[in-house]
Design a protein around this ligand. Structure first.
Ligand SMILES: [Zn+2]
Ligand SMILES: [Zn+2]
Length: 272
């Protein structure tokens, strides 16, 4: 159902090493009702948690990928299989990401037993039908996803080809950090956004863990929110240590950022 703003359905909100939450994926419902997948989690998370929330994989044709770590993209072949089963004439899903991420995705999808082949147009089933188009996206380039929705990415500091995404519709915008170390240039992409969704692995007291794995602390996420002047901050990519008690993350973020702070959880829907 279309709302006046964005509704974000958090299908997976766990860190790569989480055993208590699913891996990262979200569906953005835009103000005019368009749905966009932001990252694809691993396994069948998008399908299983989508089912719980009444979101079918045939309802979105665009996927914006932050980077090619398995916890963010391995769900794609499962999503494709279900799309094709539900609608054998389904249009291809358009996957946007950096040159590096889309190239890694092509390798993932070409795994021999999947029955998919990769060519210059994208990824095909055995019958020749195109099921994915892979769209390498340059930082700063606006991608028009529908007449009302556009998106652009900016590089962040995690692995090669890691990007943050900004999605805009009308006056509203949602920015997703993907995985990243403290990355001041992200504040530019997030400038004035309605909502910043930022990863937070731990609190400052454990910052060595964030440093070792190229992630951010809650304070670092909040500093981006404060610098960018966003209207709200949601923390995600949550580690087991904070699964049940997210208060340390929230308290630390609130000490740095003046706006409202939330911590996402699997199957939570947030409207902004
Ligand atoms: Zn991750
Ligand atoms: Zn990662």
């Amino acid at each position: 159902m279309a709302t006046a703003g964005f509704t974000i359905s958090y299908l997976g909100t766990g860190s790569g090493g989480s055993t208590l939450r699913d891996h990262t994926a979200m569906v953005l419902e835009c103000p005019q009702g368009e749905r966009i997948l932001l990252d694809a989690a691993s396994g069948n998370t998008v399908l299983r948690h989508g089912e719980q929330l009444g979101i079918s994989p045939t309802e979105f044709d665009h996927c914006l990928l932050s980077h090619s770590h398995p916890d963010h993209c391995e769900g794609l072949p499962h999503i494709e299989m279900q799309r094709s089963r539900r609608n054998p004439a389904e249009a291809p899903m358009q996957v946007y990401g950096s040159e590096r991420a889309t190239s890694d995705i092509a390798t993932l999808l070409a795994y021999p037993q999947r029955g998919l082949t990769v060519d210059a147009d994208g990824v095909r089933r055995r019958d020749g039908r195109l099921v994915f188009t892979l769209q390498p996206t340059e930082p700063g380039e606006w991608v028009q996803l529908s007449p009302n929705v556009r998106a652009r990415c900016a590089p962040v500091d995690h692995i090669g080809g890691a990007m943050a995404w900004r999605v805009e519709s009308g006056e509203r915008s949602v920015v997703f950090s993907g995985d990243t170390r403290w990355c001041p240039s992200l504040a530019e992409l997030a400038e004035g956004a309605t909502l910043l969704i930022h990863e937070a692995l731990c609190v400052e007291a454990e910052r060595h863990r964030a440093e070792e794995t190229a992630h951010s602390t809650a304070a670092e996420a909040a500093r981006i929110a404060q610098l960018a002047g966003v209207q709200a901050l949601t923390l995600t990519h949550i580690d087991n240590a904070y699964h049940l008690d997210t208060e340390p993350l929230v308290a630390e973020a609130r000490s740095v950022y003046d706006g409202p702070v939330s911590v996402a959880f699997d199957c939570w829907q947030q409207s902004v």
